[in-house]
Design a binder for this molecule. Structure first.
Ligand SMILES: Nc1nc2c(ncn2[C@@H]2O[C@H](COP(=O)(O)OP(=O)(O)OP(=O)(O)O)[C@@H](O)[C@H]2O)c(=O)[nH]1
Ligand SMILES: [Mg+2]
Length: 393
């Protein structure tokens, strides 16, 4: 299941109460206060991790609670701290405050983590309040409440290039042609219901990430079709590929379709409409596709690519042009002192930690070298081949 927006409630743990206790023991006069402090409540920590691909883990569970701190006890025993709860999210997740709608944090990199709800501090035991005037205080403080927060987690895919266009334009076919991604492809509109990402690898270790999103139609801003919702997955992309189908199944005019998508982009976010774009006419092998290509070039006054995913024609020119624009944008970002987010990072398989097996002493200690040929008595005699060292290496 692909989930890219959830509202969750986070409740950090309460701090444990401080304890009020007096030491009473035979033969120990004036034992004094010995109430321990309460342990701190656990916090809730968000961490971006490669390999977590959607927010599906939060689709069914809405409330996340961290454990409380334990209360302090007599004999100066302090309460145990609560164990922090870690929630994993995909890199590219934006954390938004649900009450006031401001962005708390944009988690772009693997391993990035931060405390979203802080646990309450533990209370203080009466031993803390002892002073020269009051040597037997009964006073102690309760633990603080942990923070409670409603947050919206929103996933905005990290891609260099966004593929947009009308449904059935051939976006998913193009993605499957240039990357190893295998999205669903069919000759009916709205085959793609959630974004798909793929990595395009060119020679010389040059690569970029492409995001294919569900098709847009006129009125998407009013929620028609799948709406605008998925456009946020190309928001981070510095470059858009606008795919235009030459002969739409619904007999509409391809130029009109092109303009309609431009209007939808403008309505969603004017900055997205101004973003650099490469226009591509798909299904080039169909007769008459080049007329559409010429008409589009005349209308937009810019180079329009003509490609066929079936025959593979025009692909290498297109990929080279895209790579150049991606490289130029990366250099621009570096020159402006901004960080370049590596989209490939979020698609990489997570590295699984290999657990070292603990060997019993007879397999790794000095005795591991014992055999019929090497007996215990030989160890001292044969000082050159030091079996103790060999075995321990
Ligand atoms: N003849 C021809 N057909 C193509 C080409 N590329 C894609 N198609 C066909 O166009 C149809 C739609 O392709 P998709 O890749 O599913 O289109 P899409 O834009 O992803 O569509 P949605 O996901 O529904 O928005 C499929 O039947 C493809 O086989 C092409 O280069 N030539
Ligand atoms: Mg598709």
């Amino acid at each position: 299941m692909f989930v890219d927006r959830v509202l969750i409630e986070l409740r950090a743990g309460k701090g444990g109460d401080g304890c009020s206790s007096m030491r009473r023991e035979k033969y120990v006069p004036r034992g004094g206060p010995d109430g321990g402090d309460g342990g701190d409540g656990a916090s809730i920590v968000l961490e971006a991790r490669v390999g977590v691909n959607s927010l599906a883990a939060y689709a069914n569970q809405r409330l996340f609670r961290a454990t409380k701190g334990q209360p302090g006890q007599g004999s100066l025993r302090h309460g145990k701290k609560g164990r922090d709860q870690k929630l994993l999210v995909p890199p590219g997740t934006t954390v938004i405050d649900a009450d006031q709608h401001f962005v708390i944090k944009d988690m772009k990199h693997h391993g990035e983590q931060f405390v979203i709800a802080k646990g309450g501090k533990g209370g203080r035991g009466n031993a803390h309040f002892k002073n020269s005037v009051n040597r037997s205080p009964r006073e102690c403080t309760p633990g603080d409440e942990g923070e409670t927060r409603f947050v919206i987690l929103e996933l905005k895919s990290i891609a260099d290039v966004g593929l947009i266009g009308k449904p059935n334009a051939g976006k998913s076919t193009l993605l499957s042609c240039i990357t190893s991604a295998r999205p669903e492809i069919a000759d009916y509109p709205f085959t793609t219901k959630h974004p798909n990402l793929g990595i395009v690898e060119l020679s010389g270790e040059r690569s970029f990430v492409v995001a294919d999103i569900p098709g847009l139609i006129e009125g998407a801003s009013e929620g028609v079709g799948l709406g605008h919702e998925f456009l946020r997955h190309v928001e981070r992309a510095g470059l858009l590929i606008h795919l235009v189908e030459p002969f739409p199944a619904d007999q509409t005019d391809p130029l009109e379709n092109y303009r309609a998508i431009r209007t939808e982009l403008q309505e969603y976010d004017p900055s997205l409409a101004q973003r650099d774009q490469i226009i591509v006419v798909s299904k080039a092998e169909l007769e008459g596709a080049n007329h559409v290509h010429q008409a589009l070039e005349a209308e937009t006054n810019q180079v329009v690519h003509l490609v066929s995913a079936i025959e593979g024609s025009g692909m290498s020119d297109l990929l080279e042009a895209v790579m150049q624009k991606v490289d130029a944008r990366r250099s621009e970002l570096i020159a402006a002192g901004e960080q370049v987010i590596d989209g490939r990072e979020s698609l990489r398989e997570p590295v699984k930690a290999v657990k070292k097996k603990r060997l019993p002493p007879h397999l790794h200690g000095p005795t591991a070298a014992l055999s019929n040929e090497m007996q215990a008595k030989d160890f001292e005699l044969d000082s050159d081949s030091n079996p103790t060292n060999e075995a321990s290496q």
